[in-house]
Design a protein around this ligand. Structure first.
Ligand SMILES: C[S@@+](CC[C@H](N)C(=O)[O-])C[C@H]1O[C@@H](n2cnc3c(N)ncnc32)[C@H](O)[C@@H]1O
Length: 206
């Protein structure tokens, strides 16, 4: 997580623009959040991890619905970390909330396995080494756990230039992701286009 230059708001929300971005993101993603909660119903997670939690809205909905014992989260934006921690404080102490500043690479050391539900919504495209991160997620996931991804569908040519994920950059992103999930030891059980146009994928251990 070592960079100093100013990154685009979706990748690193910050300052006043980041606050506006956060509000817009919550509005535009409201139906995605509901879809994710629905995908977690069969698991009713006791432990939940979110990679790139943004304002924490998704985690709040999970906390309210399932009352998990632990919520873990990682996001490299200081603004998003402060926002999400504030939003989730009301669920503590029934739910232990451990949200940290960092990116997907933190998953090599933390949190403790097993995790019942792992969610990455609109953050996959920012992973610089997605193959390593998928292997780490596979190692963290509980045997009957679910890994839920929401993938933004449209990427402009401009964004394609700076987006770090090599699978996204290579084009035919969804095919690349499906193949990477299989290689990492996952089986896809849900793969559908959501109302927002994003792709929703649910994977379990193969
Ligand atoms: C488009 S926002 C989505 C936020 C949230 N998941 C949602 O759907 O409301 C992307 C989030 O991913 C975070 N992010 C960027 N790079 C990341 C990385 N390598 N690992 C984890 N999160 C990352 C950003 O800071 C931002 O909060």
């Amino acid at each position: 997580m070592a960079e100093t230059k100013k990154l685009p708001q979706p990748m690193r929300p910050s300052g006043f623009g980041g606050r506006i971005f956060g509000v817009a993101m919550e509005m535009l993603s409201a139906s995605n959040y509901r879809w994710v909660v629905k995908q977690l119903e069969p698991t009713a997670p006791r432990t939940y991890l979110e990679i790139g939690f943004g304002t924490g809205k998704q985690a709040q909905l999970v906390a309210a619905r399932f009352h998990p014992a632990h919520i873990f989260g990682v996001d490299p934006s200081e603004l998003m970390l402060a926002t999400a921690r504030k939003q989730l404080a009301r669920f503590s102490p029934a739910t232990a909330v451990d949200m940290r500043l960092g990116d997907d690479t933190l998953l090599g050391q933390w949190p403790p396995a097993p995790i019942d539900a792992i969610v990455a919504s609109h953050s996959w495209q920012f992973w610089a080494d997605p193959v390593t991160t998928l292997a780490r997620i596979r190692a963290l996931l509980a045997p009957a756990g679910r890994f839920v991804m929401v993938i933004r569908s449209h990427i402009s040519e401009g964004v394609q230039k700076w987006i770090p994920n090599p699978i996204t950059k290579a084009g035919n992103e969804l095919e690349g992701l499906r193949a990477a999930l299989a290689t990492a030891g996952f089986r896809i059980i849900v793969d559908e286009k959501l109302r927002t146009g994003s792709q929703g994928i649910v994977a379990v251990i193969a």
